[in-house]
Design a binder for this molecule. Structure first.
Ligand SMILES: [Zn+2]
Length: 283
């Protein structure tokens, strides 16, 4: 992996991040994502291309609109930099497998957009979740090798000419487990706390992610999401006195961890952790 390719992936990510900013701003408002071109939300002046260069323009213009000098949210360069960093990381990790590389770039993009929309509006747009739920079974049938989890004692990669059936099944089981676990915990939470804990948007997001990542990964995603959610949720509650915080961003964080650290997480959970527990019991 040459540094040149990683820098190229980062720059590529910056440009995509600029487009994700458009999605984050327009999707929750139900506006078209293609037309019209970007304009300042305050003065309405169209943003010229040389004022729309990712990160650079923000720094040169001092974080303000070129016309009316109103402050532009730090979210814009932040989303661009995050996309650049995650694209470079994805290319660095998955460069050997073009199918998984493409799918991971797609998932990373979705997770970024969903995180910022859900945090601000507490919704996960159907444009993202439903389209992904349709895409998952199609992609899994064409590229069954993206599913590495054991299914009926067969790995999709070792299923020969029927691999496509295994890919499709692995996807459907993943969708069912991902959507199902959030739905069930939501039902229990509602019965116990008499309060909506998780929305149906989370169910659809987890079905989408499960369809691409498989049932094993998606259970870890949920578990990690709950850990991140409780730790950060308590801090958020102390700081803002707001008891309600969207769950989507934490599921997204869990998914990012599983996309890049799955072997380490599996190793820790099934091999290191029991040793650690045994050590505690014995001494
Ligand atoms: Zn302006």
């Amino acid at each position: 992996m040459t540094t040149f390719i990683l820098i190229f992936a980062f720059l590529f990510g910056l440009v995509f991040g600029s487009f994700f900013n458009v999605l984050i701003y327009r999707l929750p408002l139900g506006k078209s994502i293609i037309k019209p071109g970007s304009a300042c939300p305050n003065c309405g002046n169209p943003i010229k291309w040389y004022h729309n260069i990712p990160v650079l323009s923000y720094i040169i213009l001092g974080g303000r609109c070129a016309h009316c000098r109103v402050r532009i949210s730090l979210r814009y360069p932040l989303v661009e930099l995050l996309t650049g960093a995650l694209f470079a990381l994805t290319v660095g990790v998955y460069s050997a497998d073009i199918a998984r590389l493409t799918i991971t770039l797609y998932l990373v993009s979705i997770l970024l957009v969903v995180t910022f929309i859900d945090f601000a509006h507490r919704i996960i747009p159907d444009e993202i979740s439903i389209s992904g739920m349709i895409l998952a079974p199609i992609v899994s049938t064409i590229f069954p090798s993206i599913h590495t989890e054991m299914l009926f004692a067969i790995r999709p990669a070792e299923a020969g000419q029927f691999a496509f059936i295994n890919g499709l099944l692995a996807c459907l089981v993943g969708m069912l487990v991902g959507g199902g676990v959030v739905y069930l915990v939501g039902l229990i939470g509602k019965a116990v706390f008499r309060k909506e804990a998780m929305g149906f948007g989370d169910v659809k997001l987890m079905a989408l992610l499960g369809g691409f990542m498989g049932w094993q990964s998606i259970l870890f995603v949920f578990f990690l999401g709950c850990i991140f959610g409780s730790v950060i949720g308590i801090i958020f509650w102390i700081v803002t006195k707001d008891r309600y915080i969207a769950f989507g961003p934490f599921l997204a964080m869990g998914a990012l961890v599983m996309l890049f650290l799955k072997p380490q997480i599996i190793q820790f959970t099934f091999y290191t952790y029991p040793e650690f527990l045994r050590g505690l019991l014995l001494y």
